[in-house]
Design a protein around this ligand. Sequence first.
Ligand code: UGA
Length: 436
Amino acid sequence: MKIAMVGSGYVGLVSGACFADFGHDVVCIDKDQSKIDRLHEGVMPIYEPGLDALVESNVKAGRLSFTTSLAEGIKDAAAIFIAVGTPSRRGDGHADLSFVYAVAKEVGESLSGPAVVVTKSTVPVGTGDEVERILKDSGTAHQFSVVSNPEFLREGAAIGDFKRPDRIVIGAEDDFGRDVMREVYRPLFLNESPILFTERRTSELIKYAANAFLATKITFINEMADLCEKVGANVQDVSRGIGMDNRIGSKFLHAGPGYGGSCFPKDTLALLKTAEDYDSPTRIVEAVVKTNESRKRAMGRKVLDALGGAENARGKKAALLGLTFKPNTDDMRDSPAIAVAQTLTDAGVIVSAYDPEGMEIAHPLMPDVIMCDDPYAALEGADVTAIVTEWDAFRALDLGRVKELVNAPVMVDLRNIYNPDDMRASGFTYTSIGRA
Ligand code: UGA
């Protein structure tokens, strides 16, 4: 089956490469000529473990190709995926759908045969209806069906998530749409991945509901962590204790500096806007958004406290280990590190940092932060060390060497990757999240 993927960013490229790996004939399309040129040379536009090898082997096998021409790319495709960005619209937080609609228009004008047009981009409820209207208005004579098929990939684990999904959600309004999508996902049917067929609007909402629920779970445990610190309890044990209840589940209960990334912050805001438009307030999600936002600067203040408070911090040195919003990505979008660094520099602290993949993107976002070549270089002369992202590289630091390099052995572990007793035994003044 021929599949066209319009938009070769994170979602489009990972999905396209995985579909090709299943044996489909995939063309990834993007307007950005330099991105397509680099893909032709085997250079990935994003850092995602395993993606370069997957792309390379499928290009070699002749199942995956790249083009800037939408008309050429969608020719004879049975399924045309729209996987372009839906950033928060400036000013009002609504998802900006202009890229999705522009693609829909071009697809309508270029259709060369019957096709299912699939929105994979995260789009608010009703977007499929609008895409359908745009396709109709394009005057195409070919049969088409508009389907919603949200993605649930996590950055850093995207290929595994795609190939072994918890579920596939398909929102289709007719048999043509359902039949083509069954064929698209047939390789996953065979490995018994659950597929849920729903109506299109329901499928669109499932994506937002899933992300908002996960963001709520994280925010809930973060607040429990704060309470643990006050009452002298241990949040990791609280997570275990509640997570063993199957009705709650153990995942997404790691307390930390607040969620970031390209999805939760944007999608929770977009859900609030939809709820507002339909006069159906989602107060829990409103509280989650506010709580998470204020948490990020609060984490900066936690590091300041370890320096003896904002009033004593000027001229002192802080080392940040990890900048990306989570490990195994170079993505800095809404990373808590940005607010932490800002809070510190606002208080006159000199901040140095190291991140295995994120420094190039981080640098313009935090121009006052000194980027270092390795973790130990960042630690030199530090009065406080803060672990902001739980990269594996920070899990087994040579603590003896750290103590020799720093000015004071003070560590604030915002990801709870070290054991408090061990750290104290090693001579560190150690604080973490939600653990006495
Ligand atoms: C998230 C969802 O997990 C995916 O299912 C979804 O497809 C994706 O958004 C999307 O909508 O595209 P992602 O943003 O890549 O994926 O990252 P997550 O692993 O979900 O982490 C998000 C944030 O939550 C990170 O800042 C992470 O550090 C934080 N987090 C996660 C916690 O603080 N605690 C946890 O227990 C889990």
